[in-house]
Design a protein around this ligand. Structure first.
Ligand code: GEK
Length: 248
């Protein structure tokens, strides 16, 4: 049974900046499921996409792997021979717990976890790279370099799956998406106080951008096909494909 997230349930004298520390790790599965509309579907479909795109003798990456939900989804679905999965997260508490989660799983594909900053992490011989709600925590000025590094490390026909919280240019639509997202959280048992305190903790840590900005950055990085395969309110997931040299 996942532990219920009550981190922001009581009034805090001061709301500290959100960090992926031990207290978050303890409630993380419950927190992300009750906060991100479509999270379970996205995780499940990452397995589906990995099965479709994983190439034999290649590596699949889960960047910002947290407790390894996307890693496990890929591990259970990939059929291609001789694939390995690399999970990367810069929170020691997350990686330590993720090691336990992976150790308790009996699927055969080799998984190697690294406690490291994904901005510096080498990507090589990749067929599938997952950034599932992680790029949004990286400073905006570093995002382009990361995507270029991923593109360079992908094999032809390799894919990046990029899930992000979105912002919208149209103010009315932006307000509606935030309202609907907060209604989603309320329906999942979060109080107005929890929603407000979490919002203030995460405000300068999670920076959402528009779909147009993501598309352009991915195209600029070299991806030949960039499109949304999932969206619910202000949460979306994009698949970006590195074409073969011929279609590029
Ligand atoms: C999932 N993908 O369950 N380098 C490495 N990791 C980082 C960095 C960085 N620079 N910055 C943040 N992280 C997961 C969910 S959670 C999303 C991803 C959320 C890590 C951070 O420690 C955290 O574990 C993860 O990115 C973001 O499918 O909590 O909304």
């Amino acid at each position: 049974m996942p532990i219920t997230d009550t981190l922001y349930a009581n009034p805090l004298a001061q709301v500290d900046t959100f960090k992926f520390d031990e207290s978050v790790v303890n409630v993380f599965p419950d927190m992300i499921k009750r906060s991100v509309p479509g999270y379970a579907t996205i995780i499940n479909m990452i397995g589906n996409l990995a099965e479709r795109y994983a190439q034999q003798n290649s590596t699949c990456y889960d960047l910002g792997c947290s407790l390894g939900a996307a890693t496990l989804a890929m591990r259970h679905r990939i059929q291609a021979a001789n694939c390995t999965i690399i999970g990367v997260d810069n929170s020691p508490a997350m990686v330590e717990r993720c090691q336990q989660v992976i150790a308790a799983d009996s699927a055969e594909i080799e998984v190697n976890l690294h406690c490291a900053d994904l901005c510096m992490f080498p990507i090589t011989n990749a067929s599938v790279v997952v950034l599932n709600f992680t790029l949004q925590f990286i400073s905006v000025e570093n995002r382009s370099t990361i995507l270029r590094n991923i593109y360079a490390g992908l094999k032809p026909n390799g894919v990046l799956i990029l899930s992000e919280k979105l912002a919208f240019e149209d103010e009315q639509h932006q307000a509606l998406m935030i309202e609907l997202h907060h209604n989603f959280k309320r329906a999942n048992g979060y109080s107005d106080l929890e929603i407000a305190q979490k919002r203030s903790a995460i405000e300068n840590v999670l920076i959402p951008e528009t779909l147009a900005t993501h598309r352009q950055r991915l195209k600029d990085a070299g991806f030949s096909s960039v499109d949304v395969w999932f969206q619910c309110f202000n949460f979306a997931s994009i698949i970006a494909i590195k074409g073969t040299a011929i279609n590029d």
